[in-house]
Design a protein around this ligand. Structure first.
Ligand SMILES: [Zn+2]
Length: 141
């Protein structure tokens, strides 16, 4: 296995250990390599009002933006047993907003691209082409 992938898996596992998942008992951790070399991570944070629960990717994206932004190059997500998970549909959209052109996601079957994860994703280009012509779009475009 690529050393960089192992570093990300370890970071995701470490993040998972901080998860707040008292209702599902299903802790999740996510980690990503940023284009500037940083590793950002997040864990799921449940809530008694289930609908406002945050996936691990939410914390990861918040750390990315809080740390100055940048683009995600590699991403992995793990469960409480350290098994690789696929991001949920909502989080695929979160990742698409910040994915580098050569973004790679670790899966149980190897790696895939952003297009493989969320084909024909809605993005800032769609807003400019079909929505508000004054939209500045993503900062990193
Ligand atoms: Zn999610």
């Amino acid at each position: 296995m690529d050393v960089r992938w192992q570093r990300l898996i370890d970071a995701a596992h470490e993040a998972m250990e901080h998860a707040y998942a008292p209702y599902s008992n299903y802790p999740v951790g996510a980690a990503a390599l940023v284009s500037d070399g940083r590793i950002v991570s997040g864990c799921n944070v449940e809530n008694a009002a289930y609908g406002v629960t945050l996936c691990a990717e939410c914390g990861l994206i918040s750390e990315l933006v809080r740390g100055g932004g940048g683009m995600l190059e590699q991403f992995v997500c793990v469960d409480g047993r350290g098994e690789i998970l696929m991001p949920c549909g909502r989080c695929r959209q979160l990742l698409a907003e910040h994915a580098a052109p050569d973004f790679a996601v670790r899966t149980v079957a190897g790696t895939t691209t952003m297009e493989g994860l969320l084909p024909d994703a809605f993005g800032a280009v769609d807003l400019r082409q079909r929505g508000n012509p004054d939209s500045k779009g993503a900062r990193h475009e």
